[in-house]
Design a protein around this ligand. Structure first.
Ligand SMILES: *[C@@H]1O[C@H](CO)[C@@H](O)[C@H](O)[C@H]1NC(C)=O
Ligand SMILES: *[C@@H]1O[C@H](CO)[C@@H](O)[C@H](O)[C@H]1NC(C)=O
Ligand SMILES: *[C@@H]1O[C@H](CO)[C@@H](O)[C@H](O)[C@H]1NC(C)=O
Ligand SMILES: *[C@@H]1O[C@H](CO)[C@@H](O)[C@H](O)[C@H]1NC(C)=O
Ligand SMILES: *[C@@H]1O[C@H](CO)[C@@H](O)[C@H](O)[C@H]1NC(C)=O
Length: 852
């Protein structure tokens, strides 16, 4: 089931990269709902239907709407400025004004309104009613597929109502506007000590000079790939219909390569695009992907070239991305139906936290560059909720891959019949996927994802999205000059009106005023520190990863590698001991993306001053390099192994493996009474690295590693082995690998970690390891891409995928190689912060009046 789910996820990811940003679920549904799709397309222009809101607020009596029956507006009124956990809250305010509860808000004088006069308060399955009700009650949906169904319904309505096309470029009105924006404190532009927390090594064993021969080879491969894909010409020919994502993602690498001619041409082309509106056929905007690839690419090339057109474009795109934040708790809708007429929505009940904050470095930087608070406000709210939710899940400080971003706790029908929801000031009537009204109590926290709740388990994994949560936390601290955004306390949050410019790093920010701010911040830090710090969150999470996820797989190598396993957890409460008992089952798998975790450990060791993490980073990087050798460069995206358990050698032994399978060792019996439970960890957050926490009244969580979980999570019956002692369904697959899926050759994860290791330790061995890896990949590429007459083409080996070279090859893999062998003092880790997608964000700070 897990594997099925993973495969599905893999496929979805692949499709995303194929059609760039467009989540083509719509394709999937195409054949099933061809009719609806046709309507969808033909009415796609109807982005903005005449707004009923406007009609009501202009000529309807406002009073009847301000005091709707059944909604406790008095209480709401008193609490108008009350915060969810200290944050100025956008939640519910708009609704308070417009909530008409079960009143019929349809104004019959509106000539555009063709809605039939039936009892509208009940029948939400009538699209017309749904559309009207949605103005007041947000949709609460689990995922993109359900959202797609709603889209189909809404479009049907447009079709029936024959609505006139809206005037172009009508302003987008927010359902849940931010009342008070949180701004980036100007004190965060100041670095107290220039030499504090330097990330890069101050000494390189080999001097850090560029290696001309390697650079020439890498450039040659870049140009070969670039020309083979014809990236510029293709971008140009498709400019009307598509954003040229690969071109945008490659801009900064082009600049680093000093290919000014191509760079200027590309910027000119990109200058023609208006990024405030995606191409017409992008029905669903993948907010995380747009942020990481397009926004990151635009911003990075601006930082390097200082070409203001690029900053303009980044701002245009950011204004679009911000539209996805128009939800009751201001968490973004990851798959955003931006043309939808059902605009009032919660984020999804199944969301991914790493994707929710995928724009954090870019938005923080935009706030610095433009002085506009709205960018910082958007991401600050995510981090605030994240920090407040760090103990909501089975493993403290670790976030499962699936979370409920709505923050909703739904009232049961019993509670509703008792009228509990009326007494609750944080309640919001909403419409769920079954077209029923529900009452959502806003907790201000992330909750267990809806699917996980149904399955009764949480899944933790070190994939790129999850790694980026912790990685970005460390990088934000670096970008903010060693200031901790989680430590912004209420009094230091200068509330400002939206649109007001509050900071501008380009001006000298070292004024007495700012010193006051800083002192104020220091004071509040000392007085009360109610929230978790970045360091606490980072270290606690990585300690759990180390304790619970690290394992040594059985391989044919003499060396012991370290892999990072995914985990399933199941929990239940034991009232007698006030304990939460949590069963932890490792998958003993390997996700190719986990090879970048070494760079997180290495970077974090510097940012948070934890010297032992550099050793761990080294161990992980070496493990991944050896893993690459085992597969001569073509790594499975996801694979399963046997863990090495007892004190014996971790060398794989095929005889005992075959015997084990034949004797049913891998068949799990959940009820097996011989399962001895080992209590692994009482309180992970009491790590010596961290200051003591005083959470006496907390329920203790007890983590149990069940002994049966010490085998592969895969069920492998005796029939899996044939008479020759091979895998029955795949005799080619080595016996030490239990399962693998499609593979990648061009992936950036290992070289990313090597690059960080070189720049952080200054040890020359990393360059020679990088060189071997490069040569291995190129040799393999030549073999895989061999064509007639010694010509060879560069292609990703994953043959389910498209025939085009994925953009990460240009924007990440080759960039890390270039920087590894380029001058170590260029593009240093102290002048730039690299985003999850390898784009460069510049650090600026003020030290005694000077900007570095
Ligand atoms: C979306 O949610 C619905 C209802 O909860 C579920 O049936 C469906 O499988 C989900 N789809 C995906 C792709 O997760
Ligand atoms: C881009 O499109 C938006 C929305 O249609 C419009 O408001 C804006 O003026 C356009 N910007 C430029 C530079 O054309
Ligand atoms: C870093 O940690 C070490 C001890 O592990 C300590 O001696 C040193 O002062 C710390 N440096 C900073 C800048 O905090
Ligand atoms: C990583 O650390 C483990 C445990 O300390 C050790 O057994 C192993 O040899 C190390 N691996 C590498 C590649 O350094
Ligand atoms: C690998 O780990 C096993 C078990 O922990 C140990 O016995 C063995 O000596 C290690 N091998 C190497 C090469 O470190």
């Amino acid at each position: 089931m897990i594997i099925l789910k993973r495969n599905l996820r893999g496929i979805i990811r692949k499709i995303q990269s194929v059609l760039l940003l467009v989540v083509t679920i719509s394709l999937l549904f195409y054949y099933t709902f061809q009719n609806e799709i046709n309507m969808l397309n033909s009415y796609a222009e109807n982005e903005y239907v005449p707004s009923i809101n406007t009609v009501i607020s202009s000529d309807n009596t406002a009073d009847s709407l301000v005091n709707p029956p059944g909604f406790n507006n008095n209480k709401n009124h008193n609490n108008q400025n009350e915060n969810i956990n200290g944050l100025p809250r956008p939640f519910g305010d708009k609704n308070k004004i417009h909530d008409s509860s079960s009143d019929n808000p349809i104004n019959n004088n509106n000539p555009n309104n063709n809605i039939p006069p039936k009892d509208p308060s009940k029948d939400l399955s009538d699209p017309a009613v749904l559309k009207v009700k949605n103005k007041y009650f947000p949709l609460l949906l689990p995922n993109i597929s359900v959202a797609f169904d709603f889209e189909t319904k809404a479009q049907k309505l447009n079709n029936e109502a024959h609505l006139a096309p809206p005037p172009q470029a009508q302003a987008v009105r927010e359902n849940h506007p931010v009342l008070y924006e949180v701004s980036l404190p100007s004190s965060f532009n100041i670095l107290e000590n220039e030499n504090e927390n330097l990330i890069q090594a101050t000494y390189f064993e080999d001097g850090g000079k560029q290696q001309i021969d390697m650079l020439a080879d890498i450039k040659a491969i870049f140009l070969k790939s670039w020309n083979q894909e014809n990236i510029y010409a293709r971008a140009k020919s498709r400019l009307e219909v598509d954003w040229p994502i690969t071109l945008i993602e490659s801009l900064d690498t082009l600049f680093i390569l000093d290919n000014q001619e191509e760079f200027v041409k590309a910027v000119d082309l990109i200058g023609e695009i208006n990024f405030s509106i995606p191409p017409e056929h992008y029905k669903v905007a993948d907010i995380a992907d747009m942020s990481r690839r397009v926004l990151g690419g635009l911003l990075s090339s601006y930082e390097l070239s200082q070409n203001t057109i690029l900053l303009e474009k980044a701002k245009q795109l950011a204004s679009f991305l911000l539209r996805a934040f128009d939800t009751p708790n201001r968490m973004p809708i990851l798959h955003f139906f931006w043309q939808s007429t059902l605009k009032n929505r919660f984020p999804y009940q199944n969301s991914n936290l790493g994707q929710l904050n995928s724009m954090s470095l870019e938005f923080t930087r935009l706030a610095q560059l433009t002085g506009q608070s709205k960018y910082f406000d958007a991401i600050y709210r995510i981090y605030k909720i994240m920090a407040d939710s760090s103990k909501e899940f089975d493993i403290d400080y670790l976030f499962p891959i699936n979370i409920d971003a709505t923050g909703c706790q739904l009232f049961s029908s019993e509670e509703i019949s008792l009228g509990d929801h009326v007494r609750d000031s944080q309640v919001m009537k909403s419409i769920n996927e079954d077209l029923k009204f529900v009452q959502c109590h806003q907790t201000g926290k992330f909750k267990i994802g809806k699917d996980d709740k149904l399955d009764g388990k949480e899944t933790f994994s070190m994939d790129r999205d999850t790694i980026s949560i912790y990685d970005t936390l460390a990088k934000l601290r670096h970008l903010l000059n060693n200031h901790d955004l989680l430590q912004l306390s209420e009094s230091s949050l200068k509330a400002s009106q939206p649109g007001e410019e509050t900071i501008n790093v380009k001006e000298d920010s070292k004024t007495s005023d700012n010193n006051e701010d800083e002192k104020e911040l220091e004071k509040t830090k000392k007085i009360k520190q109610p929230w978790v710090t970045s360091k606490q969150l980072f270290v606690s999470a990585l300690e759990s990863v180390r304790e619970l996820m690290f394992y040594t797989p059985m391989t044919p190598l003499y060396d012991n590698l370290t892999f990072i396993s995914s985990l399933d957890t199941r929990s239940w409460f034991i009232p007698t001991t006030n304990e939460m008992s949590i069963d932890v089952s490792p998958h003993y798998d390997m996700n190719i993306e986990s090879c970048s975790l070494a760079s997180t450990f290495a970077f974090g060791s510097k940012v948070f001053n934890i010297s032992e993490y550099i050793k761990i980073a080294e161990n992980l990087t070496i493990s991944c390099i050896k893993y690459n050798s085992l597969f001569s460069g073509i790594l499975p995206k996801h694979s399963y192994y046997d863990p090495c358990l007892d004190g014996s050698s971790c060398m794989f032994d095929s005889v005992s493996k075959i015997n084990n399978i034949k004797q049913g060792y891998y068949l799990r019996n959940e009820m097996d009474s011989s399962d001895s439970v080992i209590k692994v960890s009482q309180n992970l957050n009491k790590h010596p690295i961290l200051e003591k926490e005083n959470d006496n009244n907390m329920i203790t969580k007890v983590l149990n590693f069940k002994s049966h979980s010490k085998k592969s999570i895969l069920q492998m019956p005796p029939g899996f082995i044939n008479e020759n002692g091979e895998w029955s369904d795949n005799p080619e697959q080595p016996l030490w690998i239990n399962q693998l899926d499609s593979s990648l050759l061009l992936s950036p994860y290992t070289i990313q970690s090597i690059f960080y290791m070189y720049r952080i330790t200054g040890e020359k061995k990393w360059r020679s390891l990088g060189k071997s890896l490069f040569n291995m990949i190129i040799a393999r590429l030549q073999k895989e891409g061999e064509g007639a007459k010694q010509t060879w083409v560069i292609k990703e080996v994953d043959n389910n995928g498209p025939a085009i070279i994925p953009s990460y090859w240009f924007s990440q893999t080759l960039k890390y190689y270039l920087l590894l062998f380029g001058n170590g003092l260029d593009y240093t880790l102290d002048k730039y912060v690299f985003t999850t997608n390898g784009h460069l964000i510049k650090r600026t700070n003020t030290i005694q009046g000077t900007t570095i």
